[in-house]
Design a protein around this ligand. Structure first.
Ligand SMILES: [Zn+2]
Length: 287
């Protein structure tokens, strides 16, 4: 996963296109995340059968249970395996068929306005740490990209029919992880966007400044580097290194005033300045 969603697709995960989706109603923006569990055959992990079910290719002869479900037209946006591998079947902006008949806060047909995530699992066993980590990271990205208001289990929106994600899904742990990861995930996402924007505007250099430019003791290496050089060669790598080392990120910094001044003569930097401002804001999460 590269912490990026492009055209509804999470980048750097496996994409397997399901035929089981359609358009969302235009008057129902995405507002809900639905957590499920699935394993095929039930309580068995690791096989190709969930992918086959979600793509209409499950062989009814492979297992007695499959004969009862192989004609279902079902899918989900994401499937997270026991080892944390993520597979995406439907772009988030399309309507995957995961919830079935359902109701949330008086609205029927939750597929219209929800994103569905299936965890490989069952109602009688713990989920894995890798699954919680991936799920929480993806949740933060989805909350950032779409206006998700609520997160529920399938059992919450179809209580008469469904029990998943089941009593072994640890909601408290999941919700805590989301808030723990939020700043880091959004910061990575923001750094990626800044890098993309600089590349798009041909402001991303291919060769670094001379070695002694890095020895500057001044803020922003203002005596040896241009503002964007400092951003590319010092600030962004330093932030990524802190994130990789799982160290606390600097809090409450303010890059925007310096960049606004330094780039005032430069064309087409308004988007970049906006992204830098958002990065500043992320560093003061309680503001
Ligand atoms: Zn379900």
């Amino acid at each position: 996963m590269s912490f990026k969603i492009i055209n509804g697709w999470l980048q750097n995960v496996k994409h397997v296109i399901s035929p089981f989706y359609n358009e969302r109603p235009i008057d129902k923006p995405i507002s809900l995340l639905v957590i499920h569990n699935i394993s095929l055959p039930p309580n068995q992990y690791g096989g190709p059968y969930v992918e086959q079910l979600f793509t209409g290719q499950l062989d009814p002869k492979k297992h007695p249970y499959f004969a009862t479900i192989y004609q279902l037209q079902v899918s989900s946006h994401l499937f997270i395996r026991r080892n944390g591998e993520i597979i995406q079947f439907v772009p988030f902006d399309k309507r995957a068929w995961h919830a079935g008949q359902s109701q949330f806060k008086g609205q029927e047909n939750c597929n219209d306005f929800s994103i569905g995530i299936e965890l490989e699992g069952c109602d009688s066993e713990d989920f894995t740490e890798q699954q919680y980590q991936q799920l929480a990271t993806v949740t933060v990205l989805l909350q950032q990209s779409y206006s998700i208001v609520d997160i529920v289990g399938h059992n919450d929106i179809a209580p008469e029919r469904k029990t998943d994600p089941g009593p072994y899904f640890n909601w408290q742990y999941y919700l805590n992880l989301i808030s723990e990861k939020r700043q880091t995930v959004l910061t990575i996402n923001q750094l990626n966007q800044i890098e993309d924007e600089m590349q798009k505007r041909m402001l991303w250099q291919t060769t670094p400044p001379k070695a002694d430019a890095f020895l500057s003791q001044e803020p922003f290496a203002i005596d040896t580097m241009e503002a964007l050089e400092w951003l590319q060669w010092i600030f962004i790598p330093r932030m990524r290194a802190l994130i990789d080392a799982k160290t606390n990120l600097p809090q409450g910094f303010a890059l925007h005033p310096y960049f606004e001044e330094a780039l005032k003569e430069q064309d087409e930097v308004s988007q970049l300045l906006l992204l830098i401002k958002q990065l500043d804001d992320l560093s003061s999460p309680t503001k």
